[in-house]
Design a protein around this ligand. Structure first.
Ligand code: BEZ
Length: 598
């Protein structure tokens, strides 16, 4: 393979700033189709070239693409100020227009990259950018309120905001120090948060983050906009999916904090994308992966999914090349993946191709909460049953924000939160009196759950506002309680994310909690468990139970809430599971295969 690399090519933006850009070109005069990545993490950083979650740049060039890597405004070698997401739409569109005018570009451009690099793709895709033919966001989101900064139920993703905010503030501080500005003492303040989760997360009020907001004022804005108001709506590409005319290859991980939005952008684009190509060309690939680096082998302390589940084995480079050959090169004869959806099914620990998402043969099935009113802890009397609960009862617990339930695995961002992400055993939290557990009998046949998991609870509280959390757990025959997916609903946002409404203490409300998505076969001998509580910290911020602005409540404002989950014929609290019933769970059904071919 021979290629040339031009480094730090200045690409002009409409306001006169020029962004530093590297251009990799295959040998020969071209013109070539182009694959663009826009990153805040350094276009020259090794992370862009050796990351198994991203396509291999050398393989892309070897396949005949020019690869263009750009430092987004205010990062690494590009001038300006880094304000997350603020400039990516315009700068992305200007870069695409510049590329289309280069003699070595054949006029067709695809974009790629993970996480923030995915935000830049969605922002460019909603702009009028005729050169853009396809995008491939890996572990990313087109609605930054839903993930990563808040959540569909309105709680702050505290771990993500503070961890990523600290890292980004440090990068900004380093630029300032290089320019002879900034206070080196701030580096100490920021780094101590990264090395000690207590320092990062415990301090109240939450909004009191001087060192972070000095170097990244955006953190203050995020904390100041707890509702999904215009601050969030303006940048939510998914709210304008009818304007997006390009297909997307979306890659996700069951334990990635972005997974809910990854799947939602797939379903929204399938239904409402702005062209036939955008609707038909969507592809979704999900493995048992987390966002954090170093979890790519599919092997975690409490659960291993086998080497076949590793990101390397999934060959993301191959998936990108097939997708870009079809949609950027326009090769209609190219062997684009025949199935739209490829998922790793946990439990049976196998990959499976599917016609679409949600799986066309999904049967949403109620599992009712029942018991005598002592569901506290895994040894309580909470039951999960397919038959309606026979009698009215209620389970009560005290939620004290001074002692929140610690996050154990799941979709935390990284070890900086004090918990490793992924399929962690929940045993340590299931001994707490403020964790209700509802468990089925031991299964005598496999039960597959693949899709969106929803929890409907009838609740009351002594407080004007509080949270309710849920976790779906696979209880193994040895007692290990392995987390599958989780969610939270802030009570004040139960009807609307823009118009909060307090609770009337003591009144019973029906609450719907989005527990996100998973794919798991509960094997014979296992049990299905639901955990309910009121905190999952620091994955989400803790509700202070006051009904006031949570981010500005101080340590003396925290109040205890007495929270209650009601169940029975009149108040049918229930877990709604997307069941897949096939003769052999290792295979798609005959009808889904036929649909995929159609
Ligand atoms: C990332 O680029 O990896 C990232 C961005 C936002 C939140 C968390 C991670």
């Amino acid at each position: 393979m021979t290629f040339t690399v031009e480094v730090d090519v200045p690409v002009p933006m409409r306001d006169g700033i020029a962004l530093a850009t590297n251009v990799w070109r295959p040998a020969g005069p071209g013109p070539f189709p182009v694959l663009l990545v826009r990153t805040p993490y350094g276009k020259d950083d090794a992370g862009l070239y050796g990351n198994p979650k991203l396509p291999d740049v050398f393989a892309l060039v070897d396949a005949g693409y020019a690869v263009v890597a750009q430092d987004v405004r205010g990062t690494s070698r590009s001038p300006g100020t880094f304000v997350p997401n603020a400039h990516e739409g315009r700068d992305g569109a200007d870069t695409l227009a510049w590329l289309a005018g280069q003699p070595w570009c054949d006029g067709a451009v695809g974009m790629w990259g993970g996480s923030y690099m995915g935000f830049t793709q969605w922002q460019a895709a909603v702009r009028d950018a005729p050169a853009l033919r396809a995008i491939a966001p890996v572990m990313s989101s087109a609605d930054l309120y839903g993930a990563p900064w808040y959540s569909p139920g309105g709680a702050l993703s505290q771990d993500a905001v503070l961890t990523w905010g600290t890292l980004s503030a440090l990068r900004n501080l380093r630029r300032d120090l290089d320019d002879g500005r900034g206070d080196p003492a701030d580096a100490h303040a920021l780094l101590s948060g990264l090395s000690d989760p207590e320092v990062l997360h415990a301090r109240l009020p939450l909004a009191d983050r001087d060192a972070m907001t000095r170097h990244l004022p955006w953190v203050g804005q995020v904390l100041g906009h707890p509702e999904r108001d215009t601050f969030w709506q303006e940048d939510a590409a998914i709210d304008h999916c009818g304007d997006i005319t390009v297909p997307a290859l979306q890659v996700g991980g069951w334990y990635d904090l972005f997974i809910g939005e990854t799947v939602r952008s797939y379903t929204m684009m399938r239904r409402h994308g702005g062209s036939a190509a955008a609707r038909d060309g969507q592809r979704l690939l999900i493995g048992p992966w987390c966002h954090a680096d170093g979890t790519d082998l599919g092997t975690f302390p409490d659960r291993s999914f086998g080497l076949d589940s590793s990101i390397k084995a999934a060959d993301l480079t191959g998936a990108h090349l097939r997708f870009f050959d079809r949609w950027v090169r326009g090769r209609t004869d190219a062997p684009d993946d025949a199935h739209r959806v490829r998922i790793f099914v946990m439990g049976i620990d196998r990959w499976r191709d599917e016609a679409d998402w949600p799986l066309p043969d999904t049967r949403h099935t109620d599992f009712f909460l029942a018991g005598g009113g002592r569901a506290n802890t895994a040894t309580g009397d909470g039951v999960l049953t397919r038959d309606a609960a026979p009698a009215e009862a209620a389970d009560t617990f005290r939620y004290d924000p001074r002692r929140p339930v610690p996050s154990l695995g799941g979709t935390v961002l990284a070890a900086a939160s004090g918990a490793y992400p992924g399929p962690a055993d929940q045993a340590a939290v299931e001994t707490r009196e403020d964790v209700l557990c509802f468990t089925t009998a031991v299964l005598d046949r496999p039960v597959e759950v693949t899709g969106h998991v929803t929890l409907i609870l009838y609740v009351s509280s002594s407080a004007p506002d509080t949270d309710f959390t849920g976790k779906l757990v696979d209880v193994h025959p040895d007692g290990k309680a392995i987390l599958l997916c989780e969610g939270i609903q802030r009570a004040r946002y139960r009807a609307s994310l823009t118009d909060p409404a307090p609770l009337d203490p003591g009144t019973v409300y029906e609450l719907t909690i989005d527990l996100c998505v998973t794919s798991n076969v509960f094997l014979p001998g296992h049990r299905i468990r639901l955990e309910v509580s009121s905190s999952n910290f620091p994955r989400y911020d803790r509700n202070t139970n006051t009904g006031a602005t949570i981010a500005t409540d101080g340590p003396d404002d925290l109040a205890v809430a007495v929270n209650r989950v009601h169940h029975g014929p009149a108040r049918p609290s229930r877990l709604v599971l997307p069941l897949i019933e096939r003769p052999d769970p290792r295979h798609p059904t005959a009808s889904t295969e036929a649909e995929a071919r159609a």
